[in-house]
Structures are given as structure tokens and as C-alpha cells.
Design a protein around this ligand. Sequence first.
Ligand code: ZN
Length: 108
Amino acid sequence: MNLAQYPADKESPRQLLVHTASQQLQIDWHDGERTLIDFAMLRRYCACAWCRKAGLIGHPPPENGTNIQHVNLVGDAGLQFIFADGHNKGFYSWDYLQRIARNEVTVS
Ligand SMILES: [Zn+2]
């Protein structure tokens, strides 16, 4: 699924692809770097207020709740995912997505 073609802008992706078969989000950045993130990782690091309060960030996501049904662009700032269990509260900035992909997200 090709979601967006951005104008040249270092901060935002050139292309987004949602691989439903392998359950991975692919982000092609303007510098040529390609990022692949498992859906389960996206759910695991959901940083919405609810997940923060419940202490769920970094913990295993609910079973059958990690498949992504829909992706919304949030302006040019990042993405919102709608997971199979209906969870859709998280906002993922481009920077946060890169940190998830690089295993740089620390849980406090
Ligand atoms: Zn959440």
C-alpha cells in the first residue's frame, strides 16, 4: 500500500509502505535510508497517554492486537495507526519511528 509521496523534505519520508503479509511498516527516507518496523514493535512502543498510564510501553502487546488496519498521516509530523483491536490513541512522530527502529526508545 503506497500511502504518500512527500515533497523533498529531510524530516519526512519519501514513501510509506504497509506490508500486511510480513506485518512490517516500511519507511523510505529522503536520504535513501530504509526503515522496517514490525507492527508488534509499533504497538509495543505506543506512547499514548493510556499506554503510558498503564505502564504498557515496552511491554509485549496484546495478542491479536498488533495488526495494523489503517494508517493516518498526522499533517507532515508523523503517523497514527489503527490496530486490529481498535487501539488508535498513539501518535508516532518521524523521529519517534526512527528511534523505535533503532531500538533507542527507553522506558521510564
Ligand atoms: Zn497506546
